[in-house]
Design a protein around this ligand. Structure first.
Ligand SMILES: CC(C)(COP(=O)(O)OP(=O)(O)OC[C@H]1O[C@@H](n2cnc3c(N)ncnc32)[C@H](O)[C@@H]1OP(=O)(O)O)[C@@H](O)C(=O)NCCC(=O)NCCS
Length: 163
């Protein structure tokens, strides 16, 4: 994928970001997002672009002094399995590092992928309660089967540092 660019999302990208996320949401692989919520979170998103078409996206949502979540990671079906997911994770790590965030976590069905890109499984109860605020919107709220995973951000702020 030599011509592929990963860049911060722009306003005109939002409908396509929403389409990509909801393609997988309809298949039970990730949480649905409204177009409004994508506009709200526009500054959190980066997109992968090839031939002026968005073929991947990822968002970094800051939670607390040393913790942010990787959200809405999606690679267009025809681009999966070629390293783009890894590149989007690297872009999210760079974003987190720039912000000074020390740890990134994900709630996911893609445990093996996240392990391949440096995350490890953690006990979900160790995440702050604030993490679960969106769960009330999820149909699986009472029977969540996602895996909680975390990765340190090299060059980010260590846990509690400077507080
Ligand atoms: C998960 C997803 C982002 C991975 O993107 P991708 O571009 O296919 O992944 P990559 O090609 O970058 O794979 C990176 C590594 O993970 C491995 N990997 C990817 N998916 C895997 C899977 N389902 N099982 C095991 N390993 C997997 C690859 O083999 C590769 O390993 P390597 O670099 O050591 O050779 C993509 O499949 C996707 O969009 N899935 C649907 C949406 C989703 O579930 N998003 C996650 C929400 S938390």
């Amino acid at each position: 994928m030599p011509g592929m660019e990963i860049r911060p999302a722009r306003i005109e990208d939002c409908p396509r970001i929403c389409e990509l996320i909801n393609y997988y949401a309809e298949r039970g692989r990730m949480l649905h997002r409204s177009l409004e919520s994508v506009y709200d979170a526009l500054r959190e998103f980066q997109v992968a672009v090839e031939d002026a078409r968005i073929v991947g996206c990822v968002a970094v949502d800051v939670f607390w002094s040393d913790l942010a979540e990787i959200k809405s990671l999606a690679v267009a079906p025809e681009f999966r399995g070629h390293g783009l997911g890894r590149r989007l994770i690297e872009a999210a790590l760079a974003d987190a590092r720039k912000l000074g965030v020390g740890r990134l976590f994900a709630l996911t069905y893609e445990k093996e992928f996240f392990e391949r890109v440096g995350f490890e499984v953690i006990d979900r109860d160790t995440l702050p309660e604030k993490v679960w605020r969106e769960c009330f919107q999820c149909p699986k709220c009472d029977a969540c089967d996602e895996t909680a995973m975390v990765r340190r951000v090299e060059g980010g702020r260590a846990n509690g540092e400077g507080q």
